[in-house]
Design a protein around this ligand. Structure first.
Ligand SMILES: CC(C)(COP(=O)([O-])OP(=O)([O-])OC[C@H]1O[C@@H](n2cnc3c(N)ncnc32)[C@H](O)[C@@H]1OP(=O)([O-])[O-])[C@@H](O)C(=O)NCCC(=O)NCCSC(=O)C[C@@](C)(O)CC(=O)[O-]
Length: 303
């Protein structure tokens, strides 16, 4: 039997990836409260907001206000997305611990999401990476559409590796491999992850799986088999990408924690408090949590 990692780090991307696609306004104070409740639940890494164009993603327009409103705690890392120098310059005064530059393995998605080719995106990211490093900030790379693209269709491991290498060359510290539209299945995900692992050490590779086709937990298990021990997740299964129509939210943090608890893999997360955070934000959005585990545990509580 394969030995699985004994500890997994989860990065809750709910406040950013989870909320970016919401059409209804979400109050800054509710975003900050969500961050606070995730901290209470034991999350040590939280993706808080993005410094992107408010015309492209209006829900993230309050980025500075959210960063000012969060209650920072020692030992917790707060990440933000910065697609270009304008984004980084706006983000730096808000003191993120990590910034995320986001590229795509498919040309079509790169154009739709960040309005430039893959090559142009790398040119834009290079000074962002250099400036972040000069400020002592770690840079995570997110690679969208690592198995499938809503515009192009299938994406090959070669296409993934090409962009991983480009990101590595400009000094990106960590590679997050994303199945943006949730079409990946375990072997295809492993093939994509293996290309990232050719260029980055195990602890600098993570998975980011949307659960559109219900494959995310299987894909995470397939990553655990490779020794990968870091994943993005979104409390209550919030979210979707505005430029990936039909894609649902990230795998729910509650669902991964439940699976990892069952496997005896430590996360440091209190699932009951996590369910509270999911219930809080879902209530603010006027809906039930998407997380099956969240719903089941809430129903159990209600008796
Ligand atoms: C990248 C840009 C800005 C290029 O957008 P552009 O229009 O090509 O940029 P530009 O440089 O030509 O500037 C046009 C206007 O945008 C402004 N602008 C330019 N940059 C910024 C900035 N940083 N912050 C605020 N404003 C900005 C700039 O000042 C100007 O304003 P104007 O003069 O017209 O008033 C745009 O395409 C954009 O904002 N895209 C956002 C896409 C996005 O946020 N997508 C969702 C996040 S990625 C994701 O969810 C996937 C991920 C990471 O989760 C993994 C996965 O699942 O795949």
């Amino acid at each position: 039997m394969t030995t699985l990692p004994s500890h997994v780090t989860l990065v809750d991307v709910g406040p950013r990836d989870g909320l970016q696609n919401e059409k209804q306004p979400v109050a800054t104070e509710h975003k900050a409260r969500l961050v606070s409740m995730l901290q209470d639940a034991g999350l040590k890494e939280i993706e808080v907001t993005s410094f992107v164009s408010p015309k492209w993603v209006p829900q993230m327009a309050d980025n500075e206000a959210v960063m000012a409103a969060i209650e920072r705690r020692a030992g917790i890392r707060y990440a933000v997305l910065t697609p270009n120098m304008k984004g980084l310059e706006a983000a730096l005064p808000t003191q993120p611990d990590e910034i995320v530059v986001f590229a795509a393995a498919s040309e079509a998605f790169s154009q739709k999401n960040i309005n430039c080719s893959i090559a142009e995106s790398i040119e834009r990211f290079a000074p962002v990476v250099a400036a972040a490093h000069a400020a002592g900030i770690k840079v995570r790379g997110a690679l969208s559409c690592a198995v499938g693209c809503p515009y192009q269709g299938d994406v090959s491991p070669d296409e993934v590796e090409r962009v991983v290498q480009l990101m590595k060359e400009i000094g990106v510290d960590h590679m997050g491999v994303a199945d943006t539209i949730g079409v990946g299945t375990p072997r295809r995900i492993q093939a994509a992850m293996e290309r990232a692992l050719k260029h980055y050490p195990l602890h600098e590779v993570s998975g980011h799986f949307h659960d559109t086709y219900g494959q995310a937990l299987s894909n995470i298990y397939a990553c655990l088999e490779l020794g990968i021990h870091r994943f993005d997740a979104s409390v209550a299964g919030l979210g979707g990408c505005p430029y990936a129509k039909g894609a649902t939210g990230n795998v729910a943090t509650e669902d991964i924690v439940f699976m990892l608890n069952g496997l005896g893999i430590e996360t440091g997360i209190d699932i009951d408090k996590l369910v509270d955070a999911g219930a809080f934000i879902s209530n603010e959005l006027g809906r039930q949590p998407v997380s099956r585990v969240g719903r089941a545990l809430l129903a159990k509580r209600a008796g």
